[in-house]
Design a protein around this ligand. Sequence first.
Ligand SMILES: Cc1cc2nc3c(=O)[nH]c(=O)nc-3n(C[C@H](O)[C@H](O)[C@H](O)COP(=O)(O)OP(=O)(O)OC[C@H]3O[C@@H](n4cnc5c(N)ncnc54)[C@H](O)[C@@H]3O)c2cc1C
Length: 287
Amino acid sequence: MYDLLIVGGGCAGSSAAITARQRNLKVLMLYAGDGALEKAARVDNYPGLPQTSGGDMVRLFRKQAQDMGAEVKRQLVQKVLPMGEGFSVLAGMDLYEARTILLALGTSRVNPLQGEEELLGQGVSYCATCDGMFYKGKHMIVVAGGQEAVEEANYLSEIGRVSYFTEKPHDKAGLSAAITQLSGKPKAIEQAGAGMRLVTDQGSLEADGVFVLRPAVAMTQLLPEVAVQKGAVVTDENLMTNLLGVFAAGDLIGAPLQAAKAVGDGNRAALAISSYLRRQAAQVEQE
Ligand SMILES: Cc1cc2nc3c(=O)[nH]c(=O)nc-3n(C[C@H](O)[C@H](O)[C@H](O)COP(=O)(O)OP(=O)(O)OC[C@H]3O[C@@H](n4cnc5c(N)ncnc54)[C@H](O)[C@@H]3O)c2cc1C
């Protein structure tokens, strides 16, 4: 059981991990890949690191968090589930438990395919680990948006037959030879009798189910109970969301979308989380 699980390993997440470790919390930070700052060729307004590339900055932040004792893993988080006093977090093939959650996902946006959201849970899934077994011995289409999809598609190919479509170009090294790779840009998902049909710019293919495996997850899927207003997660003055024990920081909670502000948010959130955990522990002792 971690004291704190951080979703996102950019400026806000790394900063929170560093301060949380200073407060001696057991920390796991999961990040899916590059965040916003990795896209910046050069950053000039961050104190102490003049004329540094965004990629180098984030690598330094993450290394500092790791050197201070935070566990850092590259894994896409698919689902955060409130469970009694804490949370279960599903990432790839792994399930983690934590007392608190910090959402530090940045502003990565998901553009769903036509029909995708309407058919979610009715033949469309975002999670191979959660839903794969429903398709044992059946034909599954994977719509893959990044190299994280490779491991999950391989897992599905052990359960049934997999046809693999690439939504965005990515490294497919390691993709099982049992998987059929098809060309065509995915456009829409439709119901086809008891199964599903994926429509691409080159035709269509029918299967029993469609797994959409992207390197980003919409908040409505990750943790639908979290309040969002005008595209930003709503927090109180301690950066806690409307859900007890779930905090948020960085670009995800709104402007200014700047590295220094995200780092400051991460620091504030970690301190608030440390106080929150102390209060929780004191309450348990009293009971
Ligand atoms: C091109 C560009 C140039 C910029 N230049 C500057 C500049 O010069 N100065 C400046 O101050 N700011 C600049 N910014 C803004 C700055 O990059 C952001 O404000 C900052 O990165 C926000 O930090 P963050 O931690 O909130 O989000 P991010 O840095 O975007 O990090 C988000 C993290 O969340 C992870 N993630 C997302 N979804 C999941 C999931 N489901 N599971 C696990 N992990 C997930 C990502 O992998 C990433 O690690 C620039 C931004 C861009 C795009």
